[in-house]
Design a protein around this ligand. Sequence first.
Ligand code: CP
Length: 307
Amino acid sequence: MKSSSFVAIDDINKQEMLDLLERARYFEEHPNSKILDGRVVATLFFEPSTRTRLSFETAVNRLGGRVIGFSDASTSSTSKGETLKDTIKMVSNYADIIVMRHFLEGAAQYATEVTDVPIVNAGDGANQHPSQTLLDLYSILKTQGTLEGLTITMVGDLKYGRTVHSLLMALRHFKPVFNFVSCPELRMPEEYIKICRREGIEFHEYTDFSQEVIDSSDIIYMTRVQRERFSDIMEYERVKNLYTLRNAMLATSKPNVKILHPLPRVNEIDRDVDDNPKAYYFEQARNGVFARQAILTRALGIDPLKS
Ligand code: CP
């Protein structure tokens, strides 16, 4: 198998997505092995992270590989003025694959243009977060038994939320109905609305997180309003607490509905939801290890069934 980068969810087609999900399922059953023995994985995080970095590193450790990198770019020579290009070229001398998160949209794509080492995008600004999408798809498949024909409600920051952008791009292959719930300032960007229109995907935009929307959903995907994406802090203060899911709001929801959130959360899911069996966000984060084992082995051209 050829090694390859994973920069955007649209880098892979529907069948490749399903193959990766099958591979994630394999790793959930076999999380520990030595198939990355002798491989070095670099994790370069120019933006903060808990789940993405630690689940990538757990994925590597459980498969017998080694991890190098940084979780705080201020401790790297970036703080001395080294360019992204030079950083990527240097790390390419040391690692077999680079997992990177960067605050600039397009940074991961740019990295692929300056190195032959596979690049995995762990989030680039407000653009995409494809490894999150794979674990989201895996979580949806596990809880719903299918990806086809589901009603997916996305709530909160749909403008800057890279997780919802990637998820929309992936789910468009599976005949979804989308509900987009946001204030006008944070609505789903026009480029994604156009994709829905062009591909004949049913979608509805709401400013009200109504009972009717909640009760029609198979998946409610809550998102955090991201203070770090706002240039005007007053605008952030005005919109940050517009949507909060509370336990009582789930009383008449479908039996199969699951609440997902890429995390971290702030106020958008009340703590009283955590013990509801419909809350799935902590298990969702656990699924990240298996999804990332699938991504890393595919990017390195390693077939777990033949190793
Ligand atoms: N979901 C996610 O990207 O979380 P972190 O920012 O903690 O990595």
